[in-house]
Design a protein. Structure first.
Length: 210
């Protein structure tokens, strides 16, 4: 799919997210998320690349941050912990339950998350939120890592130029030291196609895992 097509789909889901927030019907959104997690077992984490409202918001925040010189290089070591998404998920569920039962209010956690994702991305690369702070990334990582199909690098075409690494929003690409060729970690890949579009060797395709 073209970049324009993907951006169009992201915009439609962002509008749907806004509408559901406005109507106070976030159960539908959680349903979309649940179905997407299950489908990630077959097609990879397309939710992150096409559906998640935080992804386009973070892309805009990152662009703005680079423009005004706020963006820092690298990620803070203290936050690079794999248990963090689970901790954020626990805090989020806890806040919803306490808000409802103790105070009789619906805390708009999903909207708060969108705001937080933008705030973090104004300072750090969006990889930080995608990998370590998003409360859904624990489930999505488990499903994405077992996906039947995902983006893959064909080592016989790759020249190790790293162009794909520079555009990957989730930090899913690394260079294998033994071969000096790129490899994609399906557990974190959003299936967004940014890497395939920039690769000068057309070495990246979407195909069966294994
Ligand atoms: S952009 Fe293409 S050729 Fe360059 S490292 Fe990535 S996969 Fe290899
Ligand atoms: S590896 Fe490619 S498809 Fe996957 S998230 Fe990175 S840029 Fe997108």
């Amino acid at each position: 799919m073209s970049k324009k097509g993907r951006k169009g789909i992201q915009f439609i889901f962002l509008a749907l997210f806004g509408l559901l927030i406005w109507k106070g019907n976030m159960g539908i959104w959680l349903g979309i998320l649940g179905v997407s997690v299950v489908m990630s077992l077959f097609f990879g984490r397309f939710y992150c690349g096409y559906i998640c409202p935080m992804s386009p918001v973070m892309t805009w925040a990152e662009k703005l941050s680079r423009k005004i010189g706020l963006q820092r290089k690298g990620l803070p070591n203290i936050l690079e912990k794999d248990f963090l998404p689970w901790l954020v998920l626990t805090l989020m569920v806890g806040a919803v339950l306490i808000g409802k039962r103790a105070f009789g209010i619906n805390i708009p956690v999903l909207l708060i998350l969108v705001g937080l994702s933008a705030m973090f991305t104004l300072v750090y690369n969006q990889e930080l939120f995608h990998r370590y702070l998003c409360p859904y990334s624990g489930f999505l990582k488990l499903a994405g890592g077992r996906a039947g199909k995902s983006k893959k690098v064909d080592a016989q075409f790759c020249n190790g130029c790293r162009s794909c690494m520079a555009v990957c929003p989730s930090g899913s690409i690394s260079i294998r030291p033994e071969t000096k060729r790129a490899v994609i970690d399906a557990a974190h890949c959003h299936q967004c196609t940014e890497c395939a579009e920039i690769c000068p060797k057309d070495a990246i395709t979407y195909r069966k895992a294994g």
